[in-house]
Design a protein around this ligand. Sequence first.
Ligand code: UD1
Length: 367
Amino acid sequence: MGARPRMILSVVGARPNFMKLAPLARELARRRDVRHVIVHTGQHYDPDMSDVFIRGLDIPRPHFNLVVGSASHAQQTAAIMQRFEPICLRLQPDLVLVYGDVNSTVAAALVAAKLGIRVGHVEAGLRSRDWSMPEEINRVVTDRLADLLFTPSRDAGENLRAEGVPAERIHFVGNIMIDSLVALLPVAQRNGHLRHDFADRRYAVVTLHRPANVDDPATLRELLAALGEIAAGRQLVFPVHPRTRARLAALSWEPRGEGLSLIDPVPYVEMLSLVTGSDLVITDSGGLQEETSFLGIPCLTVRPTTERPITCSQGTNRLVAARREAIEQAAAELWGRRRIPPPAIERWDGRAAERIVAVLCDGARMD
Ligand code: UD1
């Protein structure tokens, strides 16, 4: 890599970005040779999808908020680009860091690359090979634009090399989500789910928000039927994403019985605490596939593919079709089958941010 960066500008916008930024912001704050500027695009704006995470993860208050809000993909991506470009022109950062695979990620990477500013991508190289997922488009485009690609697992590096990314751009640093988990697990174990009324029972945690699962009413009804069946005999707790809440309201759907408990989105530490205390997680989230694998908790991912195959091959994750019987059967099989000790996945050790900073500031290589 060229000269060491003096100003690094991080761009975040959606809930899963914050867990990836927090450990890096902490490491960069220790460096006297770097100024770290944080830009929040405002893709997520509800306090419980944004502020609560920024505070709970001890992230410094962002220097800029682009307040783009919700819109179509094109409108949201374009608004981020239009509002981010003047900041880049004014600050002239040496490097723009983007995180994960959301619209904020690809929008900021495009702006920086077009201005000739170097781009670093944290969580590079993941591929579901499902082009119907907006995130897959965001991943492929962002990686094509990035000069520094920080991968969470060896398979991600292989994907990038197969696409022709020069090896010297790829750094296998490990999983930065796990840095946040390792830092806050002791706090999560001390508090959190105890204030919920199901805490004295065994339970599973459910999260569903992917457009493929919740935007099609027929698929959503199928998933709700599966959850209803499982909840007839067991306790389920379901923190509901705003997208899903809107879809449930459109169906005029209400949970029946006490087995299925719908709650608002929960802060990071509380979610970690809920998951840690659970017997099973049923989800379509990317982050939860990783967190459950690290913790050894069985995870049922309602998707046909995953960009995180290591969670299936080495972790506790199993993919399941969005079909009622398939979900019920898999849930019955996996319930309570916690892995002790949990799987040890290479470089999922709480030190990814340290490795990224060694690359950025000290010119280290991470093979
Ligand atoms: C986005 C990411 C997805 C990520 C998810 C995590 C993209 C393409 N998708 O999906 O990869 O897994 O975040 O949460 O970037 N809304 C609110 N309040 C908010 C934010 C959103 O009510 O603070 C509602 C709006 O109705 C909005 C809808 O949720 O239209 C979807 O939000 P959006 O950011 O477009 O996508 P997500 O489904 O959140």
